[in-house]
Design a protein around this ligand. Structure first.
Ligand code: ZN
Length: 292
């Protein structure tokens, strides 16, 4: 650095205008870059803030769009609620999560801790990771996405609240992401859809069934995980005991993405590359259902 000081001063002496106090960054040659990025921010402020990843991964497309209005994305105008099952702090507060809540067909615990792989990778961490990947993908396709929790260190919310978040958002589709804790020989994935219970969910039982089929087909195709060997028929199951479904007034399904207690499934669920593949598949299923 010291060796450079003299030549730099010499240049400054010769070209005074380039070295004055007018440029606080001290880099006259760099002035073009901030100006470019500033103009990009003016034309697409929202996308800049909410989709930094897309910005990074598609710089060419971005610069090509600079002087044109943003192109329509397939999920523009769609609202999707993602519910990452359980929460990483649930085990610390049994007093909260064991509180009984009314799910219309019965009373049950506000939430549960979820399961884990035999070597301790928790379902809550898994669902959070897949959900945040899925949110990024859906936002990059134009959707408005809301998650039912904001991290993986908190407690809850209760299953009743998880349903209420989808309802309040008037979601076009909602999905609750889980992994199962079944017997060690059981494997594969399944979708859980609501049943008619003589309650508010009845009017979305049909649409939830369609959503379930779309998500099942996309997940099978996108991940190669086989249909569950132990629950449902062709990976489709219908239940009336889940608060997250019974209390939903928007089309909603659960997915049990695999069995964390099965060695083969657990190896997949533990893999970040697999989780990305799963997130893309779920996005494709949601998009297919939404007709986009
Ligand atoms: Zn679960």
């Amino acid at each position: 650095m010291r060796a450079l000081a003299a030549p730099v001063l010499a240049v400054c002496g010769l070209i005074a205008s380039a070295c004055g106090g007018a440029d606080p960054n001290g880099a006259a040659a760099g002035q073009a870059a901030p100006a470019t990025s500033a103009s990009r921010q003016e034309t697409r402020p929202q996308q800049q803030e909410s989709q930094p990843q897309q910005q990074e991964s598609q710089p060419q497309q971005d610069s090509a769009k600079q002087e044109q209005p943003p192109e329509a994305e397939p999920l523009d105008g769609k609202v999707i609620v993602i519910d990452p099952g359980h929460n990483g702090g649930n085990y610390r507060r049994p007093d909260i999560i064991n509180r009984q809540v009314d799910v219309l067909t019965e009373k049950k615990a506000c939430d549960t801790t979820g399961t884990s792989t035999n070597d301790g990778y928790s379902e809550a961490a898994f669902t959070w990771d897949v959900s945040t990947r899925l949110a990024r993908i859906l936002r990059s396709r134009g959707a408005t996405v809301k998650l039912t929790r904001s991290g993986n260190t908190g407690v809850g919310p209760c299953i009743t609240q998880r349903a209420a978040i989808g309802n309040k958002a008037k979601a076009d589709a909602a999905i609750s992401i889980h992994a199962d804790g079944a017997g060690p020989k059981d494997h594969g994935f399944h979708i859980i859809m609501p049943k008619k219970i003589g309650g508010p969910v009845d009017k979305v039982v049909g649409s939830s069934g369609k959503l379930g089929l779309a998500v099942r087909d996309a997940y099978r195709k996108g991940t190669g995980v086989p249909y569950s060997t132990y629950i449902g028929r062709d990976a489709l199951d219908y239940r009336s005991d889940l608060g997250g479904l019974n209390l939903s007034t928007v089309p909603k399904v659960f997915i049990e993405t695999g069995n964390m207690r099965n060695a083969g499934d657990a190896a997949k669920l533990r893999s970040p590359a697999f989780r990305q593949k799963a997130a893309v598949a779920l996005a494709d299923g949601l998009q297919h259902y939404l007709g986009a």
